[in-house]
Design a binder for this molecule. Structure first.
Ligand code: GYE
Length: 326
């Protein structure tokens, strides 16, 4: 008699577990059964230096939550050493994937070799790196910063008839967007001998430093300043404040162009103080987790998954500001 009960029980348990988790469901996919092992992803973020960065963090965190992914988030406060520490800890925790927004381009070989040895795919977001062996990361999801720099310079050349004293606010030293936005910009400037960078300095992608560096430029060069090219909107907004405080007219007397396309930049364009911004999309969450799902299922992904960017001017800012998502 006893064995009959056993058979009935086994059948019941078997039936239950089948209902619980179909073997084919992908962990972390929308609607994945709760009882299944969650996909665990370590995300090492640069910091919170700009509105763009905050939008990117929100996008990745929000999407992880939506998909039921166990996201381990580490804010490096702008320090590569902290990012390396975070990655080492993600590897020790045996996460399923690592998402890295690298603060600078170089110095990643050792820690990424460790991730590779542990068979953990590394998805780079928004900034590229320079490594001796490209197989140390799976893919880079980002904008083409050289192209952004070119777009900014072409627009400025048109706006100024190829003639202006330009003051440049660079992003974080050694960071891909600072290096490449400068490179693309200078490449185009080479065609316009009278459009030249008079002074160029890093303001670390922050509004406070943008203001500080601009104040120093104004102090030394004053009325000579005809145009400002900032590698991000936050620095441009700081520079605008400095120019206004010095009684100068950003957006009119001084042409200001930057990169990112954050809400604050659109507001400044509507107010007539910022002339243009080249969009750089930070809303990476959905694409990041789609890519991780593909990689885990063995699908091949492109080495560079490129976002496309547009340029917005103050003349059309009011029309589009309502539809901006960040
Ligand atoms: O443009 C800037 C930020 O890496 C693309 O970093 C990103 C840049 C962005 O702090 O605002």
């Amino acid at each position: 008699m006893k064995w009959m009960w056993m058979v009935a029980l086994v059948a019941l348990v078997g039936c239950k577990s089948e209902n619980k988790a179909p073997a084919s469901a992908e962990a972390g996919a929308p609607g994945a059964p709760a009882a299944q092992k969650k996909l665990s992803v370590g995300f090492s973020q640069v910091g919170a230096e700009s509105a763009w960065r905050t939008a990117e963090t929100q996008s990745i965190r929000g999407e992880a939550e939506k998909r039921g992914v166990d996201l381990k988030f580490a804010d490096a406060q702008g320090k590569q050493a902290q990012q390396i520490q975070a990655l080492t800890s993600f590897i020790a925790q045996k996460v399923d994937a690592i998402v890295l927004a690298p603060v600078v381009e170089t110095g990643w070989d050792v820690v990424l070799s460790q991730a590779k040895q542990a068979n953990i795919p590394v998805i780079l977001v928004d900034r590229g790196i320079k490594v001796t062996d490209d197989s140390l990361y799976t893919t880079l999801i980002a904008s083409d910063f050289v192209e952004e720099g070119r777009m900014a310079a072409e627009w400025l050349a048109k706006q100024t008839n190829g003639k202006a004293n330009v003051y440049e606010l660079q992003g974080t030293t050694g960071a891909a967007p600072a290096i490449d936005r400068k490179k693309g910009f200078e490449e185009v400037l080479a065609k316009y001998p009278e459009l030249k960078i008079v002074k160029s300095q890093s303001a670390d992608f922050t509004r406070a430093k943008g203001k500080e560096v601009m104040e120093a430029f104004i102090k030394s060069d004053g009325q000579q300043i005809q145009a400002v090219y900032a590698h991000n909107d936050d620095m441009a907004l700081g520079a605008i404040q400095a120019l206004e405080e010095a009684g100068m007219k950003p957006g009119e007397g001084v042409t200001v162009i930057s990169v990112d396309g954050v809400k604050g930049a659109f507001e400044a364009m509507v107010a007539g103080k910022l002339n243009a911004t080249v969009e750089c999309n930070p809303l990476m969450g959905p694409l990041v987790f789609d890519t991780i799902t593909k990689v885990r299922s063995g699908e091949k992904v492109e080495k560079f998954i490129k976002n496309t960017d547009r340029l917005f001017e103050k003349t059309n800012a009011a029309q589009v500001i309502g539809s901006r998502e960040y």
